[in-house]
Ligand binder design. Structure first.
Ligand code: ADP
Ligand code: ZN
Length: 432
């Protein structure tokens, strides 16, 4: 029924036993690294310090800056000859974040990916097109190994070149595709340009979408445009990449693979755990990684832990959709704003496309926020009065969500820049 019947339905007591055993092993391997060896010796900590999951709180947090400061080998728990691969994030601001893997790590990651895909109803009869950059980015090879482990026919398509993606889909009868959500809106436009309807002209039935925050509304639009079910996939390079948490067919939160990751949700200000079901920062510990174990890593991603059992029967807990990171927030006129809130407000109004851009400026000392949003071709050819009404509706919808007035500019279809990578929604011109 599941990819791993026993592990996915463990009762809490047995699960915690397994977690404590693996946590002790993790601390032991971590203490082979320069970073954890120095830190834990100084604090008098060792594998013996933990005898329950709650004991985790005795251990210090690890953050991105620690990884950067000890770049590249400071967190390595194994000699270099045991390593077989590395992945890294782009590192536009300072040292990149690099994660090393030995054979065991790559193998268990492939297994977690296969489990994730199975959980979303994907089977070995599927034809799986991975529309994702191969290389240092984890979404390419991470998915590739999982797709093969599950036994689908894989199409390692790579990112971009939409006409080619569409041709691959039609030539080989692709049933499942993985891509970032902002790209799929772009891909739909190219289908239209070619006079094709993905609902009729492909065999697509499932999408796996992730790697960037997106709203429930955006998911539903993608599902409608393509006639598919779209499942949310969450991961981060520090925890391998994809395959950390995944939606099951009930699409009601993402199951965290708790046999391989310990999860905590903390208040980012007090660093204390939040009460059950409250929102906070996700903190994760690897339980099954040998080359580069990470303990209490602060992800900066904001979510809630769901403890009720899921209708699918898996006992592994779920997290709610990640709507934001604690660090993509901006403050405008004293109000904390997340791009996802603007998106929610825009998509509540008919006639817009999920392409928008937020521009922040400062005029005479006062912060101004402009939202440029693309309208559908139908709306764009309408008379000016209708456009003005739409503009007002959008302004009111944003004001309703954020509590502030912002300027809304309607732009024609396809006039905003498209990115092949993750969408960049905010341009902040206030400090230049
Ligand atoms: P980078 O920091 O370069 O984007 P990653 O590729 O490791 O590095 O991206 C991981 C981050 O992407 C996560 O910490 C999270 O903020 C975001 N992310 C990944 N998957 C999702 C998802 N399904 N929903 C929302 N955000 C996601
Ligand atoms: Zn479930």
């Amino acid at each position: 029924m599941y990819w791993e019947n026993e592990l996915e339905t463990l009762n809490r007591i047995d699960l915690e036993k397994l977690q404590v055993k693996r946590l002790k092993q993790t601390i032991q391997s971590a203490m082979n690294s320069q970073y954890y060896k120095d830190l834990y010796r100084q604090l008098g900590l060792s594998a013996d310090s933990v005898n329950s999951v709650g004991d985790l709180q005795k251990l210090p947090f690890t953050n991105k800056q620690n990884l950067r400061d000890n770049f590249p080998y400071g967190f390595l728990g194994l000699p270099q000859r045991d390593l077989i691969r590395l992945h890294s994030t782009s590192g536009t601001t300072g040292n990149p974040t690099v994660i090393f893997h030995n054979r065991h790590d790559i193998d268990s990651w492939a297994n977690l990916m296969a489990r994730s895909l199975y959980c979303a109803g994907i089977r070995d009869t599927d034809v799986f097109q991975n529309i994702c950059g191969y290389g240092l980015f984890t979404g390419g090879l991470g998915f590739q190994y999982g797709i093969e482990r599950l036994g689908c026919l894989s199409i390692p398509a790579g990112a971009g070149n939409s006409p080619r993606q569409i041709k691959l889909m039609r030539d080989y009868g692709t049933t499942v595709a993985h891509a970032i959500p902002s790209y799929l809106s772009r891909l739909y436009e190219v289908f239209q340009e070619e006079g094709l309807d993905p609902r009729k002209d492909t065999k697509l039935r499932t999408f796996v979408i992730g790697a960037e925050p997106h709203t429930e509304e955006q998911r539903r639009r993608i599902e409608e445009m393509f006639g598919v079910k779209a499942y949310n996939s969450f991961g981060l390079t520090e925890m391998n990449g994809p395959g950390v948490a995944f939606e099951c067919t009930f699409q009601n939160g993402l199951h965290i693979w708790e046999d391989s990751y310990l999860v905590e949700i903390i208040n980012p200000d007090t660093l204390e755990p939040v009460a059950d079901g409250e929102i906070g920062e996700l903190v994760m510990t690897t339980l099954d990684r040998q080359a580069m174990p990470l303990i209490r890593y602060r992800t900066r991603d904001v979510t809630t832990l769901v403890s009720e059992q899921c209708a699918c029967g898996r006992t592994l807990r779920r997290i709610r959709r990640i709507g934001r990171r604690s660090d993509d927030m901006f403050i405008i006129r004293g109000v904390n704003v997340f791009p996802s809130q603007v998106e929610t407000a825009l998509l509540r109004v008919e006639g817009t496309l999920p392409h928008y851009q937020i521009i922040l400026t400062r005029e005479v000392g006062l912060d101004q926020m402009e939202v440029q949003v693309e309208v559908t071709p139908e709306v764009f050819s309408d008379e000016i009065r209708k456009l003005e009404t739409l503009q007002q509706q959008l302004g009111a919808s944003i004001e309703n969500v954020l509590g502030i007035r912002v300027k809304v500019t309607l732009v024609g279809p396809r006039s905003l820049a498209r990115s092949e990578g993750k969408a960049k929604r905010v341009t902040d011109l206030r400090n230049v």
